[in-house]
Design a protein around this ligand. Structure first.
Ligand code: APR
Length: 173
């Protein structure tokens, strides 16, 4: 099983093989992590996203799916874009949030990546409560990474202390 590390910081500054982007279905950029990755990573990332939209992903990326592009100028080899579910107080979308982590890990393993950095998917614009998102993230990564022996380390990169503490609490035995 992969080693799991919590990092308080900016995901665009992580020196890993794969950086995971909390994208939207258009794959054409946005705010939050998406905006930071495109801003720091440069135009090559968007150019590859546009090619994906012109090809296999003509209708965009579905929630829970994951697809890789170059990482451009980021200190990483690839960006894996995934679309998180929007929080709903009435419907349980936990399975779709788990799919984001599961499919991103699988995409990273297919690329031969050994290290991967995740943001707290869906916990910003998509309003998913951080404690619940942390539980889904950590449970899914522990489960899936045991079947992906080439993935050595998974970093959860939290942008603020509250998110970091929530993930820390979720790892507590
Ligand atoms: N590094 C690490 N984490 C970050 C960074 C960063 N540079 N910037 C923001 N975050 C954190 C946020 O604080 C939040 O905890 O990432 C988490 C996810 O927030 P969003 O980026 O808003 O992603 P999400 O909630 O999944 O919403 C996706 O927002 O930016 C748009 O195009 C994106 O439409 C999509 C939607």
């Amino acid at each position: 099983m992969a080693r799991i590390e919590l990092v308080l910081g900016d995901i665009t500054e992580q020196h890993v093989d794969v950086v995971v982007n909390a994208a939207n279905s258009s794959l054409l950029g946005g705010g939050g992590v998406d905006g930071a990755i495109h801003r720091k990573g440069g135009p090559d990332i968007l150019a590859e996203c546009r090619k994906l939209r012109a090809g296999h992903y003509g209708r965009g990326l579905r929630t829970g799916q994951a697809v890789a592009t170059t990482a451009g100028r980021l200190p990483a080899k690839w960006v894996v874009h995934t679309v998180g579910p929007v929080w709903s107080p009435t419907e349980d979308h936990s399975g779709l949030l788990a799919d984001c982590y599961r499919n991103s890990l699988r995409a990273a393993a297919d690329l031969g990546a050994r290290t991967i950095a995740f943001p707290a998917i869906s916990t910003g614009v998509y309003r998913w409560p951080i404690a619940s998102a942390a539980r889904v993230a950590l449970t899914t990564v522990a489960e899936v990474s045991s079947d992906l022996p080439t993935i050595a380390t998974v970093h959860f990169v939290l942008f603020d202390r509250a998110a970091y503490d929530a993930f820390r609490a979720a790892t507590a035995p």
